[in-house]
Write a protein that binds this ligand. Sequence first.
Ligand code: SAM
Length: 471
Amino acid sequence: MKKSPVKIAISDILLDEEIYPRRSIDQKRVGIFAENIRDWSQFDPIEVEPYPGKSGKYRILDGAHRWSAYKATGASYIRCMIKNLEGCDPLLYAATKAIGPKQLTEEEARTTARRAFQHNPRLTTAEIGKAIGRARRTVDSYIADLKAVILMDLDLKIFRMNALGIPQERIATRLEQTRDIVRSHLGNMATLPKSPKDDLSRGYTVSQVAEKHGWTEAMVWSLALQGKDDLARFRELNWGLRTWDYWHFNDCDNRFGDEWPGRIPAQLIGHILYYFSRQNDLVFDPMAGGGVTADVCLTFNRRCWALDMVDRPDKRPEIEPYYWDMDAVGANLDLLKAKDKPDFIIFDPPYFDKKAQEYEAKSISSLPRHKYLRFMEGFFRQMKKHTKHSTKLAFINADWRNFQHTPAVNEIPEDAILVDDYLKILHKTGWRRTHIIQAPLSSERFDAGVVSAMQKKKILGVTSRYVIISK
Ligand SMILES: C[S@@+](CC[C@H](N)C(=O)[O-])C[C@H]1O[C@@H](n2cnc3c(N)ncnc32)[C@H](O)[C@@H]1O
């Protein structure tokens, strides 16, 4: 049944430039329409759709000139058809409508094609061509450069994920591409590094090459260090190798990982990998945050599967979205049921309570003490169940004592979560501790005023942090 038009207040209808295919409204045309309206001519209803994110408002799909003319005559209402585009691109729909009465100019057609493609790179040239009234070949010429950028971006993502050992079907799901497309891109992988490699051999620095080719530093490092052993990699990165079980680093190495609450220094991951894993091992980081583990794995030629509840498909496609919920029944992760099992787990969860407000509301950091500990128990049990007998685990954590406003002697031990508690849970869930390494947090983040107040009140802060290695 054909829908009938409805009257909508002109003030509730807006022209959204994002989906308007013309350069501007033709005022001469508006003037002629307005004269006709004053002579009692009735125009066809205009077409609108509900304005996304603006409740009670509509945006114009077809009829911008008629709407302007009614406005000019001082009318309060206009007859409208409210459309449901059912997933059809609104800019292209508006363009289809616009070419009826008056062809789009060359510039309008080109701009519309480019805007539509930028907004939705999945549109085919045929779909765009049909909407703007141009041949596919013409559309191809309009968007060739944009297409090349998108394809290159996809190549780089696939290259990175492939280098980290993520299976093809997971790459396809993550990048919302078919397996055939991923496979065809994988065909480019042998030639892709050629140009960055040439630049490296010409003496450009890793960061210059990364900048020039749009690669991440970690990806360029993985090329620059190809074929080298771990010790040589440490040297080239200018990281002093610690020989004893005390790993102190003043700063995070900003070449690896993103700014992130609770970010750990890349050098710390480098040391864990150096001492406890081998090249080509599969590392699993279940709460990967800013991606430092994945970056260091690329740099040290380890494979890496990484997860986090925060989804950043564009910047960090290699970190797959996953929310660990130990209360959910049967929440086993398919990824861990795969035949390929991790050789090594690096688990750097958010500390209990500390910085809870910096993470997403559902982060385990916000759990009450008993639930946080229960989460850990469930988590370690699952890890044991889904890994190999030889899999090792590096668990990074610290004592949590409520020292903030409390002199050391008045702290309540029952409220604390100590490293001893984690050791007990690890033992109970079948993990045997082999090493405990001190990797203290920097105390430089406390300002002198705070330190002096703590000293006066006999408050004893925490900067000790440990890497507990278990088998
Ligand atoms: C300490 S951060 C990891 C930092 C990371 N190692 C780095 O250096 O960038 C902990 C991460 O755990 C994630 N997280 C917390 N609770 C989670 C849950 N239940 N499931 C999945 N991820 C969770 C947070 O989003 C956060 O990114």
